[in-house]
Design a protein around this ligand. Structure first.
Ligand SMILES: [Zn+2]
Ligand SMILES: [Zn+2]
Length: 407
């Protein structure tokens, strides 16, 4: 395909999004008005999967054993590489769509529909993948483990934010659950007969605080006591705690997890308590694909987005898109829906996710993703470049791949 033919298709996908703007915004606002938390996104999933099915995609609901996950697939005019758009649609408890996943969901849908509108001119396969439970449930972690992303050539999603960052990474994160088992006794009359599970738990926190001095600056360890005892006059027989252990990359984070577990074992040993732990979930660090990021940046800049990169990769959180990014070449750019003083996970951010500015960002993002898909399908050498970068940046023997978090 010539460059001018590809440019003509990119104009057509933009026109498709403009022509369908009212419907996309209505879907975004409907999801926003009916927030559903992790793994309970039944109505949002039905709305999105219904809309893509109606357009002509083959839809499979309940993939990877997750009721609210779906995969929609459609073939282009000729066989070719498989490009996926991802939609998240879970909300937060109590504060609704304060992470703006209604925008992610509808931008993914809009991009898939727009690219589908020019499918006859392209060689490839198009997918819209509905990924539940980003907020804590690790929907994509489970879907990666169960092979949903195998065989794809590229995957992309956007996230609303307050700065347009296209090649933003994220840090690896592990969730740990600790339990300490002691022996109850009268705290005044017979403390010597008790084994104090709270001491084991507090000593764990102290040991971890001592450990911090000997960790690299990228490491983050933060914990809470989820059960600290039942009565002050009873030696606590049972306590529990939750920790997040994060580091710049997955393998480093696993090394720190081992050290944190030793801190808890030592705390239990000192108190004479029994200790059990669960390594509940691992979000791998997110590796943005440079070629895809550059294409997306050019496309969305052309639509008026003020891309601010390169920015230092600091003050980052974690996301289950990390695991996807280490399975298939991916991007997870941020589009602007609010001013920089508005923080994510707040009622103000939830308002922005259904504002005129949020609606405009959703349309821009849908267009830019569809244009990027056209770039990748129209110029196979770009996709090859993206895949070569992926092979170079991703450790296919990373320890997280051998662990299972979906049981
Ligand atoms: Zn969030
Ligand atoms: Zn989010």
């Amino acid at each position: 395909m010539t460059t001018s033919e590809a440019e003509a298709l990119k104009t057509r996908v933009q026109e498709y999004v403009d022509a369908n703007a009212a419907r996309l915004i209505e879907i975004s606002h409907t999801i926003h008005a009916h927030p559903e938390i992790a793994f309970e996104e039944y109505e949002s999933m039905a709305l999105l999967s219904g809309a893509i099915e109606e357009a002509g995609f083959d839809v499979t609901r309940g993939v990877a054993g997750l009721d609210t996950a779906f995969v929609a697939a459609a073939a282009c005019g000729r066989p070719g590489p498989a490009i996926a758009f991802l939609s998240e649609y879970d909300a937060l408890p109590a504060i609704g769509h304060a992470c703006g996943h209604n925008i992610i969901a509808t931008a993914g849908l809009g991009a898939a529909l727009a690219t589908y509108s020019v499918r006859n001119e392209l060689a490839g396969e198009l997918y819209l993948i509905g990924t539940p439970a980003e907020e804590g449930g690790g929907g994509k972690v489970i879907m990666v483990e169960r092979g949903v992303f195998d065989g794809l050539d590229a995957a992309m999603m956007i996230h609303p934010g307050t700065k347009a960052m296209v090649a933003r990474g994220s840090i690896a994160s592990n969730s740990l659950e600790f339990e300490f088992f002691g022996t109850p006794s009268h705290a005044a009359a017979a403390p010597d007969m008790g084994v104090n599970a709270l001491d084991a738990c507090i000593q764990t926190f102290n040991n971890i605080n001592a450990l911090r001095q000997h960790l690299t600056p990228d490491v983050r360890i933060h914990g809470i006591i989820t059960h600290g005892g039942d009565a002050v006059n009873v030696v606590p027989a049972y306590t529990s705690a939750k920790f997040s252990v994060r580091a710049a990359d997955s393998d480093t984070s696993f090394e720190v997890v081992d050290k944190v577990i030793r801190c808890a074992q030592a705390g239990a040993l000192a108190a004479g308590a029994e200790f059990r732990y669960k390594h509940k979930m691992h979000y791998a660090n997110r590796i943005p694909n440079p070629t895809m990021a550059n294409l997306f940046a050019d496309n969305i800049r052309g639509l008026g987005e003020n891309v601010v990169e390169p920015l230092p990769n600091e003050r980052m959180g974690s996301s289950d898109m990390g695991n996807v990014s280490q399975t298939v070449p991916s991007i997870h750019p941020y589009v602007v829906i609010a001013d920089p003083d508005v923080r994510g996970h707040t009622p103000e951010f939830a308002d922005a996710a259904a504002s005129e500015r949020g609606d405009a960002a959703l349309l821009r993002a849908a267009k830019a993703m569809a244009m990027t898909a056209v770039d990748l399908l129209a110029q196979p050498e770009l996709l090859e470049q993206a895949k070569a970068e992926f092979e170079e940046s991703v450790n296919s023997n990373a320890a997280w791949r051998k662990k299972r978090f979906s049981s």
